[in-house]
Design a protein around this ligand. Sequence first.
Ligand code: SF4
Ligand code: SF4
Length: 431
Amino acid sequence: MFKGGVKLVDFKSLSKNEKIEEFKYPEKVIIPLSQHTGSPAKPIVKKGDYVVEGQVIGEISGFISSYIHSSISGKVIDVLPWNLPTGKKSLSVIIENDGERKSIDKTERNWLGLTSEEIINIVRENGIVGLGGAAFPSHVKLTIPPGKKAEYIILNGCECEPFLTCDYRVLREYTDEVIEGLQIICKATNVKKAFIGIEHNKIDLIPILNNAIRNLKIYIEIEIKILPEKYPQGSEKHLIKSILNKEVPSGGLPIDIGCIVFNVQTARAIKRAVCNGIPLTERVITCTGLVRKPKNLNVRIGTLISEILNYCDGELKYGRKIINGGPMMGIQIYSPEIPVIKGTSGILLLPEEKLPEKIQPCIRCGKCIDSCPMFLAPSEIGRYVEVEMFDKCENLNVFDCIECGCCSYVCPAKRPLVDFIKYAKFKLRKK
Ligand code: SF4
Ligand code: SF4
């Protein structure tokens, strides 16, 4: 088990029993060309073009980049910059739905006959990125760097953020596809042993997973690990520590210690791309919080958040805020006219918190240090940020911060510690 972290009330009962519903095809979609880690895709369509579902509309522009596909059929009505849930802007393709649901031809394949290179290429061409939040291109994760070797794949089913239940529902309802995806990942990386990590609050998944493993033809060793409910259990580094008792070195990657972590929805997307020829044009999200009808929805990428909130009867009024993602690591968005992107795991409607008007001084209680799972001193970093001594923050390993939010959560003075840390990283990167 890892040091630090916090125990949170999970609020998952609001949506945990809501089966995944197919969200209607929207009238229009707004599909950003930069919705992944790495360089934005290059647009290959223009205003007036006709596109079908699954057609490439943005081409990969480097090794760390991703293809972007249309999620509906219809006419491109514009290509222009649009706000992203992350607060940035990205050139985006706006498509008006023609209601025809025309699609590219899909190629069915048996993954057993494919080589590692062929699998990685299919994953790349189908625009698969990590669906746990960071949206890191999956073909890059599957490509083992020279001199390294992958020994274990870990499937991340922790979903440790409160409120979110979309990964839980995917594991429950699409168990076979997730396990098949895990086997394909192992074939691509030449790994023989995989773990599935889930938190204790999802213990009811064990018989479902075991049943799927019994009924499918399994070519690898799969071990299910039940982990205590402790945030941020689902962070890659902490999941590895909990399962393998190994530490990823500072500034390093899981592959440096022979391990790669994939989210459960990513594994399912890989299965669908490889076996069914389906590009990443949809994903399952949770819409919950102060909405009257919390739901888990399968949504076309590019659907506006306003449409989803309407469907779930989530009224936007004074004193409420919208969060893209979970309450700990998610980002508040200031307009619902923002699209769902590949990294959107949830839409939360939460009460606005009353923060102190002025930043309060640190009372040196040490709670932030105790809660930090990365062995950092957030109180110290915060003090240096306030006096703009960013080099000192670098000496305090600010870049090791995974922005989990535990320090801000526990701080009795309500100091905006994660915001301080993000600001320090921004300033240091600009140096
Ligand atoms: S300093 Fe970073 S890693 Fe540590 S608790 Fe705060 S946000 Fe999490
Ligand atoms: S938790 Fe807040 S008040 Fe306590 S040491 Fe950390 S920054 Fe200071």
